[in-house]
Structure formats: structure tokens, C-alpha cells
Design a protein around this ligand. Sequence first.
Ligand SMILES: NC(=O)c1ccc[n+]([C@@H]2O[C@H](COP(=O)([O-])OP(=O)(O)OC[C@H]3O[C@@H](n4cnc5c(N)ncnc54)[C@H](O)[C@@H]3O)[C@@H](O)[C@H]2O)c1
Length: 431
Amino acid sequence: MNEKMTRKDFLSSLAFGGTALALFPWLNSCSPEKQKAAGGERARLGLIGTGSRGKFHLANLLQDPSAQIVALCDDFPLHLEEAAALCPSAKRYTDYHKLLEDKEVDGVIICTPLSMHAQMVIDSLAAGKHTFCEKAMAHTPEQLLAMIRAWKQSGRVLMIGQQRMFDPKYVKAMELVHGGGIGQVVGIRNYWYRNNDWRREVPAPQYERRINWRLYDEYSRGLMAELACHQLQNGSWAMGGIQPSFVTGTGSIQFWKDGREVFDNVAAIYQYANGVHMTFESIISNKHFGMGEQILGSEGTIDLVRGVIYSETGNRHSGIRQFLDQIAQGILSNSAFAGTSWVTEEASKDPGVRFVDNVTVNDGASTVGAAGDGSVELMHAYCLAVISGDQPAGIVEEAYWSTLLALLGDQATHLAGRVEIPSAEALGVSF
Ligand SMILES: NC(=O)c1ccc[n+]([C@@H]2O[C@H](COP(=O)([O-])OP(=O)(O)OC[C@H]3O[C@@H](n4cnc5c(N)ncnc54)[C@H](O)[C@@H]3O)[C@@H](O)[C@H]2O)c1
């Protein structure tokens, strides 16, 4: 929210429409009714992990009329000081257990490295706190199950940082998919290319693993957890909550051979029971194609990142029409039954229609962290959930699946093989 934006502007920008609310129930968590019910109350929040993402949320929450930051925690002094400079009135802790004992904190926000999420979430819920944790949810599938059990037992709110669920261009796109706008979903493509070493500057060599935790297996699941986790959610949305049956994958360290343990390029293919595939590919030594997410349908294509819908029908020919075209083009003039039988497939020339206005669309660039990516709305919804104590529907389930798909995809890339994806029923998981 910029300084000129009034509270009324801010709240009206969060109002999602009727169809979206019916299809995506978590959006009710920031509806005007919820907002009204919260009155002028503020959620009293404690932030654990004041690094890059923690400070990003902090800066947004300081602008949110429903948030009050009462405590900050980080065991790395530099990061704690940086956050304290943004919010000097908040109490400071270096041990997160102490923050969890703080009676003034009603809701906790966890922005620590992946390997710490499970224990911190379980401890936070056990301390009776409503809890928000950044994606990915967990470092292992076993941790994921333990977190779901802890959440069910606690009766507290749990939310996970999958901000696309509140991003207007994704919400609109998925409304179009569910409204039949692209016909039957026949494929889902996700890719995320970069050209940098994914390293952060380290103040002294002994801090290498702490600062660059993403590069080491002990803390991270590399590109699958950090990047794919966001994009794999497109499958769940587009397929109406149906999940893939198995994943095959491959990966390697082929360019950034600098002591890192996680792959610098991966490719994974997820297959659904009806035969549809969802792909994810990431290479971090070539960024020519940037970041892309597309839902392919029998009647059209939706480019999620650019907020554009394309039609297939302009290029569609019936069998007979195609046959006549081929005769007209002389392709079949020598023999009706031999030689080239099909016109070479061409890419569509349809310029497409942009289906969202006034939202940030960075053509081909990463939209994560960009203004309007859903992060502000997600955190506002969390504040309202802390105030009401009402669990937003569907959030944990969506986050569970995107993390599980990312973790099993990571296993597949290491095996260079196939990993089965268990159903929730097989694991005894309910949401
Ligand atoms: N949703 C998104 O788009 C998005 C974007 C970026 C990061 N993230 C996620 O946010 C999380 C954090 O990422 P980041 O880039 O901010 O990492 P970071 O390294 O910048 O920050 C992590 C912080 O946690 C602190 N920390 C580590 N151990 C701690 C402990 N025991 N107690 C208290 N603090 C501790 C570190 O000192 C550091 O300040 C990751 O899970 C990442 O995937 C999500």
C-alpha cells in the first residue's frame, strides 16, 4: 500500500468477486464481511526469521491497518538489528522459544530456512499461537505429515506463504479455466530460468552455510522447493483439486560447480490419472525464456504470468478442411495417399487478450516479490484470521500438495527416475 492509498482504497482492492469466492474458498478470508467483523482490531504479531522474506513481510505489515508487530526474533544479530530499525517498538528475541512464551503475541510469522519450518510451526501451534509459515511447508514428507497432525490437534489457524492464491491475475485465470474458457485442460507448463549463481554475499566465511542455506541439502531442497513449489500449485488449481499420480525427473550440477550441493538445473514431469502432464523446468545459467506458466486447453491457452488468454480455434481445421487445404497447397498433388500428409504445425499468431487490468505483469520476469503478487493480500488475510480465529478454507490443503509435489519431484530428480505420489487417503491425511 503506498502512502497516498487510503484505508478504504486498500480494503476495496482486496474484494474478490462472487464466482472467485465460490470456486476458491480461501478468498472469503479477506472479504468485506470479514473485514467488517474485525472492526478496528489489530492482530498482535511476532516475526521469527528477519532475513530477506521476513523484512519484506514486515515492511508490508507496517502499512496494514489490521497488523501490529509486537515482537521480532532472529539469532543472527545483523538481521535482527535491520528489522528492529524498521520497527523499533517491537520486543527483540534471539531464541524463538522465548517469543512463543510471549503472551502479547497472538499470531506468529515464520520466515526461516526450509529445514526449520516443521519444528517451529509445531512448537508455535503447541504454544497456542496462530501460525503463518513461509513456503515450502517442510523439508521432508514426514515433516509435512507431522505438521498437519499438529495443526489438526491445535485448533489454531495455519497459513502458508503461497501468495499466488491471492494474486488477482491467477484468481482470474483460474476462474476462466473453471468456466470452460480454454476447453478441456490438456497440459500444464511451468519453467523458471535465471542466469545467476543464486548466492548471497557472506560477511565472513564462517557464515557461508547460514547465509547460503539454499545451496545445501541439510537445509534446502534447491530449485524444487524454492521455485517449483510456487508453480506446481497451478496444477492443483487448474485440475480442480485432482493431484498427479507420479513424477519423473532428472537434474545435475552442470554449470555452477562451486561447492553447492543442490542441482543448478532440474526437469520434472508430473502425470495425472487422466493422462495430462504438468512440467517444471529450471536452469540457472540461461535466462533467455525467463519465467513462464501456461495452462493449455483444447480450445485455448492461458499465460498466467502475463495475464493473457489465447484462442486455439483460429488455427483449428476439421479433418476435411485440412485435407482440402493440403490439396490447395499442392501438398497432395502427386499422390493422395503418399508423401507429406500434414501441413507443418505452426505456432499460433493469435495476439491474445489480456484479461486483467491494473496488476503487475512482468513479461517473462519473475513475478514473485513484485508488487501485486498477492503477498500483501495473503498477509492481510492472515491478520484477519488471527483476529477472528477462523481458519481460511483450503489454504493448508493447497500448501500441503504444492510442497509434497515439490519434495517428491526433488526425489525424482535425484533418482533420475519415477516416484509415486500417494493420495491423501493412503497417508491418512485429512484437511
Ligand atoms: N513466498 C515467497 O515468494 C518467498 C520468497 C522468498 C523467500 N521465501 C521463503 O522464506 C523463507 C526464508 O527465506 P529468506 O530468503 O528470507 O532467507 P534468509 O536467509 O534471508 O532469512 C532467514 C532468516 O532466518 C534466521 N534464522 C535462522 N535460524 C534461526 C533460528 N533458529 N531462530 C531465529 N531465526 C533464525 C536467519 O538468521 C535469517 O535472518 C524460506 O522458506 C523461503 O523459501 C518465500
